[in-house]
Design a protein around this ligand. Sequence first.
Ligand SMILES: *[C@@H]1O[C@H](CO)[C@@H](O)[C@H](O)[C@H]1NC(C)=O
Ligand SMILES: *[C@@H]1O[C@H](CO)[C@@H](O)[C@H](O)[C@H]1NC(C)=O
Ligand SMILES: *[C@@H]1O[C@H](CO)[C@@H](O)[C@H](O)[C@H]1NC(C)=O
Ligand SMILES: *[C@@H]1O[C@H](CO)[C@@H](O)[C@H](O)[C@H]1NC(C)=O
Ligand SMILES: *[C@@H]1O[C@H](CO)[C@@H](O)[C@H](O)[C@H]1NC(C)=O
Ligand SMILES: *[C@@H]1O[C@H](CO)[C@@H](O)[C@H](O)[C@H]1NC(C)=O
Ligand SMILES: *[C@@H]1O[C@H](CO)[C@@H](O)[C@H](O)[C@H]1NC(C)=O
Ligand SMILES: *[C@@H]1O[C@H](CO)[C@@H](O)[C@H](O)[C@H]1NC(C)=O
Ligand SMILES: *[C@@H]1O[C@H](CO)[C@@H](O)[C@H](O)[C@H]1NC(C)=O
Length: 688
Amino acid sequence: MYTNRMLLSCISFLSTLQVLAAQHIRPIDPCEAIAGKKWALPREVRACFTSFPLDLIIKENVIEVVNKTLAFHTSVNYQIKAPPPFEHDVHEDLHADLARMRESYYSSDFDFHLDVYRSFKRVNDGHCGVYNLCYDSLYVTYLPIPLVLLTGENGSQHVHIAPEAFQVASAEFGDEIEFWQQALPGDLKGKLASLSGATVHMINGEDPFVAVNSNALVTGGYQSFATRQNSFFATYYRGPDNWQYSMGNFAQLVHPLVDSVDLTIQLVGGVVNHTLTLPYRSRFGSASKNFTDSASYRANNCIATNSTNGYDAYASSVQQVFHTSPISLFQQQPAVSPEEARKQPMNVMLDGIPLSDISLPEHLQPALSPLEPSYSVAQFYLLNDNITGVLALGSFSAKNFTEFGLSLLSGLQKLTADGAKQLIVDVTNNGGGYICIAHWLHRIIVGPKDTTVPQAGLDTMTRASPLAQLIVKAIQDGGDPEDQLLYNPVQWTNASHLPFSAHSDWLKPHNVTINGREDAFSQRIGQECQPFRWNAPDNALFDPKRVAIVSNGRCGSSCSLFSITMSKEEGVTTVVVGGKNDIRQQYCGTVGGQSTGFSSIDTEIKTTKLKNHALAPPDFMTNSVQGITWRLGFGIDDPREPEEWQEHNADINFPLTAKTVNNPVAIWEHIVDKVFALSMPLFHVQGL
Ligand SMILES: *[C@@H]1O[C@H](CO)[C@@H](O)[C@H](O)[C@H]1NC(C)=O
Ligand SMILES: *[C@@H]1O[C@H](CO)[C@@H](O)[C@H](O)[C@H]1NC(C)=O
Ligand SMILES: *[C@@H]1O[C@H](CO)[C@@H](O)[C@H](O)[C@H]1NC(C)=O
Ligand SMILES: *[C@@H]1O[C@H](CO)[C@@H](O)[C@H](O)[C@H]1NC(C)=O
Ligand SMILES: *[C@@H]1O[C@H](CO)[C@@H](O)[C@H](O)[C@H]1NC(C)=O
Ligand SMILES: *[C@@H]1O[C@H](CO)[C@@H](O)[C@H](O)[C@H]1NC(C)=O
Ligand SMILES: *[C@@H]1O[C@H](CO)[C@@H](O)[C@H](O)[C@H]1NC(C)=O
Ligand SMILES: *[C@@H]1O[C@H](CO)[C@@H](O)[C@H](O)[C@H]1NC(C)=O
Ligand SMILES: *[C@@H]1O[C@H](CO)[C@@H](O)[C@H](O)[C@H]1NC(C)=O
């Protein structure tokens, strides 16, 4: 028999044990450990991210939403095995990936997301991706030494720490730069500035191009391997308010997966090699929601919000709320008004790292004053030779669509009035934007002709999946009385560029076989931009033979629509700067025709009351975004096949030096010598 007293002491002994055990193994909350801190070590962030097991209901939800939304992405079957020239670059079966994921075990929710993220990145299509605000750029992971690829006088190329590295990093990271100053070994401690411009002999004990090429396999976004190599390096671009600096994939990472890098470098003017290990650091993202512990991290950042999924446009509760949709965070363009974004068709790249707002150092910014019509991402300059005009165009989107189109016309007219006879259009890191701005710019530069009127872009097709056809049927039956939906025939024209009638069954499937699989697309769709919102002049503003389009190859989406039509139809010269010299550079990539995402498709489905259909994707439960190509442009050289899979070889690969790298004016001046100083005909003419 136990006495009460024995029982009590027994209980008290047990609870003491429990307390001791709890104190001993009380799991510290790894998210609480970094909460409220702007900077953390990558492994600390990883500890938080990986501390959540994968909920199988969430896993199935993501797989189902993503898989069913793929029926609206034009390129699924093409991407299983891309035709030449991209046969080595694109060979991903996304449906098979999702089936594999369903059968796979993941040690955490984060590991599962990484698999989804990377599988989609492997299609190397900047429109097609799955992002999750719970992990992608929640923290952005940095090194203070962005890299560049420079070419010496004898033509040999070497990877260098950017000459401007210290200026960029100290301006952007402020006092936090001290962390890296102290991390430097021996004589270099506190002398981070001395690393600027150094030659990089080895990265992690191997030739730097081993690291460049492994990054090219995971960074995604562009079909061309050369362009994905270029993504490793630091570059500039014109932002809406200022000149910006893009750190490149070596010095800026979307996930906290790497703790440090080993480098062998030779300082500028130095004769010896230094070997050092530099730690990465993770900074809380500018769009991330504050948290105090694991529970609030998940609640604030990881769960679907009221703008993750679509809505029924005619539900009485929706008072035309134009959400800023979460996809806009990953769109590689400056913020646009949500109203305009709904009205104007868009073709824009996505990436896990939002557009950077790091400034290009003052001494590299154009000292020339921009001409008066310059607006936002479009800046006009007349070079000191008085005959070369420059349009620096960082995006095909700007806040005010109307003003933007107008400024492009007035700026080019001002250049010609000031005496410009030749034009450089710098589209470095231009991730696309409004389709009709791309058509408009093509039209006004070269004037009215059969390649610009009525179609200044590419004819397109969209996928005619069974659910898409039902959406069109519901619209035919009066399901969209205010003409708000993407699938409404009144938004589009046929191959003769004549508008479809309101009751047209325009999505009757045209059956095709792609990579041995049955697929179905719409009829050929014409243009929807003309008549333009602005009055176009009757004459060309520049002779296309005196126009050069310049970039680092990272010109995508609407930027591709513009540069492809300018190059293939008008014969302008295309220049890639800074590319590796033994590989063919492409002047653009990810063509598409029009891009969109899950939530817009979900709005089409909910508005036409098809959400309960077996083919309809459910709502995302997670804070996720899925991007797709909704229309695919037809080719110019081969007009029956998608332009996506045709060559975009640059005419010139222009080498960068320590003097010209990331200095836009220096680059433009040198390109003038190379491209325009020669007598006609120019390079590309020989190839035709
Ligand atoms: C994805 O959808 C296709 C139909 O388009 C279906 O055949 C396949 O089983 C689905 N895959 C997964 C992983 O659910
Ligand atoms: C080019 O010059 C560099 C030194 O700047 C030298 O190391 C390299 O061997 C030279 N390459 C050729 C092909 O001459
Ligand atoms: C520096 O390292 C590179 C790569 O290992 C090597 O080729 C070069 O000779 C070294 N330079 C010196 C001065 O040791
Ligand atoms: C998030 O935390 C930062 C730093 O603690 C603070 O400056 C900021 O105002 C907070 N943001 C919100 C929305 O509470
Ligand atoms: C959606 O959520 C945001 C932030 O929680 C809130 O400000 C907004 O009013 C909500 N909008 C609707 C339409 O419910
Ligand atoms: C360009 O024009 C300016 C102003 O008219 C003049 O001062 C300058 O000499 C001109 N430059 C050249 C290269 O003709
Ligand atoms: C956009 O610019 C046009 C032309 O300057 C102006 O009329 C219009 O009000 C602007 N729209 C917005 C939303 O600011
Ligand atoms: C486009 O529509 C017009 C008017 O309905 C028709 O006459 C024309 O044949 C159509 N063009 C094509 C290519 O279908
Ligand atoms: C296209 O394929 C679908 C599904 O296999 C079939 O029902 C339809 O009849 C085909 N259409 C044509 C025009 O061949």
